[in-house]
Design a protein around this ligand. Structure first.
Ligand code: AMP
Ligand code: ZN
Ligand code: FE
Ligand code: FE
Length: 283
C-alpha cells in the first residue's frame, strides 16, 4: 500500500521512473516515494507516468517526492531519507553532491585502470547519480568478475583496492539542510550503520533535527524493528518503512531480494509525514 524507499535509473535502480510506477501499481502500491541517492531527477517522470496511467483507467498512485542523502557520521557511511523537500532550495546542494559522486566514480575508474581493469562508466548525464553498483556492473560487463557481488567483495568495499569513500558530507549537516528545505529527515536503515550503536548515535541526529526513523527495512530483524518502534515512541519520531527497491534484479548483497511493497505498510503512516513536512521548514 505505502512504499517509502525506492530507487530508479536516476541513481542505482534498474527501472526507469515510469517502469517503477507501473511495477508499483501492479504490486498494489497506493503511495510511492521516489528516493534516489542524491538526486530528484526521477520525480517528474514518475508523476507524469502515474497521471497517464490513471487517465487510461489504472489505479491511482500518489508520488511522494523524496531523496536519500549519502552522508557520513564519524567516518562511516550513513543514509538520510528526506520527504517533501522544496525542490528549488535543495537542488543547488544536490548539484554539488552529484558532482562529488561523479568525481568519485572517475576516481574508482582510475584505480581500477591502474590495477589493470579498465572499465567504461555509464553515461553520467545531468541529474544522474553514479554509484558503486554502476562500477560493479561495468566490471561484470567487461568480464573481470562473474557478479556484481564479486566486484564489491574484491574491489569496491571499504579496505579493498578500488574503494573510494564519499567526499564527506556530515549526516547532521544533511539533516539540517533537509529541515531548511522543508523536508522531513528520516534515518534510513539504522542497523546498516557501522559506526556505532543505534542508541548511541541517535542523540546527535535528534539534536540536528531528525524527525523520523525508517523502522521497516528488509535488512532489519523483528527484534530490531521492535527496538526502533520503541525509540520512535520514546522520542516522538515518525515511523517510516520501505523495501529499498532497486529493481527486479537480485540484491547485489545477495542477503535479501526486496520486493516492492514487501511490507504492505498502511497508508495511515503517510498522514503524519505530510503533516510534519509542513512543520519542518525554517524557510
Ligand atoms: P554508493 O552509494 O555508491 O556507495 O553505493 C551504495 C550501494 O551499493 C548500496 O545501495 C547497495 O546497493 C550497494 N552496496 C553497498 N555495499 C555493498 C556490499 N558490501 N555488497 C554489495 N553491494 C553493496
Ligand atoms: Zn541504492
Ligand atoms: Fe541506503
Ligand atoms: Fe536506498
Amino acid at each position: 500500500m505505502l512504499e517509502l524507499h525506492c530507487h530508479t535509473t536516476c541513481s542505482d535502480g534498474t527501472l526507469t521512473p515510469r517502469q517503477l510506477v507501473e511495477t508499483a501499481i501492479a504490486a498494489g502500491v497506493k503511495a510511492l516515494a521516489i528516493t534516489d541517492h542524491d538526486t530528484l531527477s526521477g520525480w517528474d517522470e514518475a508523476v507524469q507516468a502515474a497521471m497517464a496511467l490513471k487517465t487510461r483507467g489504472c489505479d491511482g498512485l500518489e508520488i511522494v517526492p523524496g531523496v536519500e542523502l549519502s552522508t557520513v557520521h564519524g567516518d562511516r557511511s550513513m543514509h538520510i531519507l528526506g520527504y517533501y523537500p522544496n525542490r528549488d532550495q535543495l537542488l543547488p546542494i544536490l548539484h554539488e553532491r552529484l558532482a562529488s559522486r561523479k568525481r568519485r566514480a572517475i576516481a574508482m575508474q582510475e584505480k581500477l585502470a591502474a590495477l589493470g581493469y579498465p572499465i567504461e562508466l555509464p553515461q553520467m548525464g545531468h541529474g544522474m547519480a553514479p554509484g558503486r553498483p554502476h562500477v560493479a556492473a561495468a566490471m561484470v560487463q567487461a568480464g573481470y568478475v562473474k557478479s556484481s557481488q564479486e566486484a564489491f567483495d574484491r574491489f569496491l568495499v571499504s579496505g579493498k583496492p578500488a574503494y573510494v569513500s564519499y567526499e564527506p558530507f556530515a549526516a547532521v549537516e544533511g539533516i539540517r539542510v533537509l529541515r531548511d528545505c522543508g523536508a522531513v529527515p528520516v534515518w534510513a536503515h539504522p542497523y546498516l550503520f557501522r559506526g556505532g550503536e543505534v542508541t548511541q548515535v541517535l542523540p546527535d541526529l535528534l539534536a540536528a533535527g531528525l524527525m523520523g526513523i525508517e523502522v521497516y527495512h528488509p535488512s532489519h530483524t523483528p527484534n530490531q524493528i521492535e527496538t526502533l518502534r520503541w525509540l520512535c515512541q520514546k522520542h516522538n519520531l515518525l515511523i517510516t518503512g520501505g523495501s529499498d527497491y532497486h529493481g527486479p534484479t537480485p540484491d547485489p548483497k545477495g542477503k535479501h531480494a526486496p520486493l516492492l511493497n514487501g511490507f504492505n505498510l498502511p497508508l495511515d503512516l503517510l498522514v503524519p509525514l505530510q503533516r510534519a513536512s509542513s512543520q519542518s521548514e525554517n524557510c
